[in-house]
Design a protein around this ligand. Structure first.
Ligand SMILES: [Zn+2]
Length: 219
């Protein structure tokens, strides 16, 4: 069995175990703790921990309870409901992919292509292309919960296109004000910054002043 295939199996098992854990049920529906119940829902054992702080790796077990890391150390399999043997694999906090284009993520809320690589947080809206109604975009997670954390930038190109289409000219003062207003609202609604795509249409039509004005609203 190749190492890649083994790793894939472990990620698959991790995802399956997390989905099947009691943490996946709404809080109000969880059964009360029973005497003698295992301390952990899931134990990831025999892994090499890379904790993301810059420390060298170390060998330890990870105990998960109610969807959260409850303990890192030596943990007996007797204390848990389920075990994933991560022998000689890396166990790390979820990775953050800061450059994604996942405006369509609600069509695939499990985001398996990311989760199977260990990516658990996505930043979308890059390269000048994003949702322009950020409140609506992020709010859709209420109805369609995502398996990953999601953040978005608001994008100059999409804002420009919304206000003035794909024409190759400077925005009028009124159009520029509309663009600034959309950016400001998007930031209030939770966007984490402004992106540009000045080699793409329509960002490539912009002189420096318009992206700068939008950027000022994003500060
Ligand atoms: Zn990009």
């Amino acid at each position: 069995m190749t190492q890649t295939f083994t790793r894939r199996l472990i990620f698959t098992a991790l995802v399956a175990a997390l989905l099947a854990s009691p943490a996946a049920t709404p809080r109000g529906q969880q059964p009360p703790p029973q005497a003698g119940a295992p301390a952990y829902d899931l134990l990831i054992t025999n892994g090499r921990i890379v904790d993301g702080t810059g420390n060298p790796w170390f060998r330890a077990d990870v105990g998960i309870k109610d969807g959260r890391i409850a303990r890192v150390g030596r943990i007996s399999p007797a204390e848990t409901r389920a075990v994933i043997d991560a022998r000689n694999q890396i166990v790390a906090p979820g990775f953050i992919d800061v450059h994604t284009h996942v405006e369509s993520i609600y069509n695939q809320p499990a985001a398996e292509n990311f989760v199977r690589m260990g990516v658990t947080t996505l930043v979308t809206g890059n390269c000048g292309s994003s949702a322009t109604n950020v409140a609506e975009f992020l709010g859709r997670a209420q109805k369609t919960p995502l398996a990953v954390n999601l953040a978005t930038l608001v994008a100059h190109g999409s804002v420009r296109q919304k206000v003035m289409g794909l024409v190759n000219r400077e925005p009028s003062p009124d159009e520029l004000r509309q663009m600034e207003s959309i950016v400001e609202q998007a930031m209030r609604d939770g966007a984490v910054g402004l992106s540009t795509g000045l080699i793409y249409v329509p960002g490539t039509y912009a002189k420096r002043s318009a992206p700068s004005a939008c950027g000022a609203r994003a500060r």
